[in-house]
Design a protein around this ligand. Structure first.
Ligand SMILES: [Zn+2]
Length: 329
């Protein structure tokens, strides 16, 4: 159990970073006034050593690093973030990543090899027990509490993964055990980790590149639970898979959600995403919709954009700031 006493101020700052023509990462900082009490990194990208994630975390101690899936547009430069992990950092990653068979796949790039080495070293080091593979839908952190000594408020923090990785992975393993050498029709995006963070009444959903096949499976799971995360209001959604058509199933998953107050997409130019019709679905949820770059490529642009949002947990307000290429849709 980790307990923090705060004095009337509790902020969650989220930086959704997107690069041109592709690549994304997120930094989340929980602050007691100006003091950072929790720092989380989800995915990473860099262009010619320009790594906005690294700039944002500088001297912070990192509590949680989540690599949603090992595609280049989500993991370039993340080895520099992993090097900053300390003994109390929780690492979350798809468990198949360390599988020899996956690492030998012909499209596996150097980044996967570099990342795997760091993860294997940490996994095998007993003094660093918080490294974990993502093995399915589970609560990975439920031991953090914030106590406001000025107003008497209490705010619990919970981190969950919802991707039924084990279900999809079992299919894959079954194929291997049955003697098929190919990965079959299962794409890496189907293994992408979806993660939720709840702090008091604030609910945040980080979707990585999760696509329809996984979201369909999630529908079966989440509709069976009462008082679930997917009810009421969600305050922030990182739109899955750069707002592609392959994520429209998401709106079935969000059927019990009245409002998504803020949705943010990144761009992936070669696939011409995000798609405007996907973003319009988020708007129907009374959401403000942002993108780290223009939907149609603008010639006069920087090589990145950041949507920064500050959620004030105690006063239940949000302020958004658009940096470089970032726009409201
Ligand atoms: Zn991607």
């Amino acid at each position: 159990m980790r307990e923090y006493t705060i004095k009337g101020q509790l902020y969650v700052d989220i930086y959704t970073i997107g690069y041109e023509p592709k690549g994304e990462g997120i930094v989340l900082k929980i602050k007691d006034g100006n003091k950072i009490v929790f720092c989380c990194v989800i995915d990473c990208y860099e262009i010619e050593n320009q790594n906005e994630t690294l700039k944002l975390i500088q001297d912070e101690s990192i509590d949680l690093i989540c690599l949603t899936h090992p595609h280049e547009d989500h993991c370039k430069g993340i080895e520099k973030i992993l090097e900053k992990a300390n003994s109390s950092t929780t690492l979350l990653y798809p468990n198949y990543m360390l599988d020899e068979k996956y690492r030998n796949k012909k499209d596996a790039n150097n980044a996967i090899e570099k990342i795997s080495k760091i993860l294997i070293k940490r996994r095998d080091n007993n003094s660093k027990p918080r490294t974990m593979a993502c093995v399915g839908r589970q609560c990975i952190m439920d031991d953090i509490k914030f106590f406001d000594i000025e107003n008497g408020g209490k705010y619990g923090m919970y981190v969950n993964t919802y991707t039924p990785l084990s279900v999809v992975l079992d299919k894959r393993k079954a194929k291997e055990f049955l003697g098929e050498n190919t990965i079959g029709d299962i794409q890496d995006n189907n293994l992408s980790i979806m993660m939720s963070i709840t702090i008091g009444r604030l609910k945040l959903l980080f979707c990585g590149d999760t696509e329809d096949e996984t979201i369909t499976e999630l529908n079966d799971v989440v509709n069976k639970e009462e008082g679930h995360f997917f009810n009421g209001v969600i305050d922030y959604v990182k739109i899955p898979h750069h707002g592609s058509d392959g994520t429209l199933e998401m709106f079935n998953l969000l059927s019990n959600v009245n409002t998504v107050s803020n949705s943010v997409s990144t761009v992936y130019r070669i696939s011409k995403i995000p798609k405007i019709k996907v973003l319009e679905e988020y708007r129907k949820k009374r959401s403000k919709v942002y993108c780290t770059g223009h939907i149609d490529k603008d010639e006069n642009i920087s090589n990145y954009g950041i949507v920064k949002q500050r959620f004030d947990i105690i006063n239940e307000t949000v302020k958004s700031e658009l940096i470089k290429n970032a726009v409201e849709i």
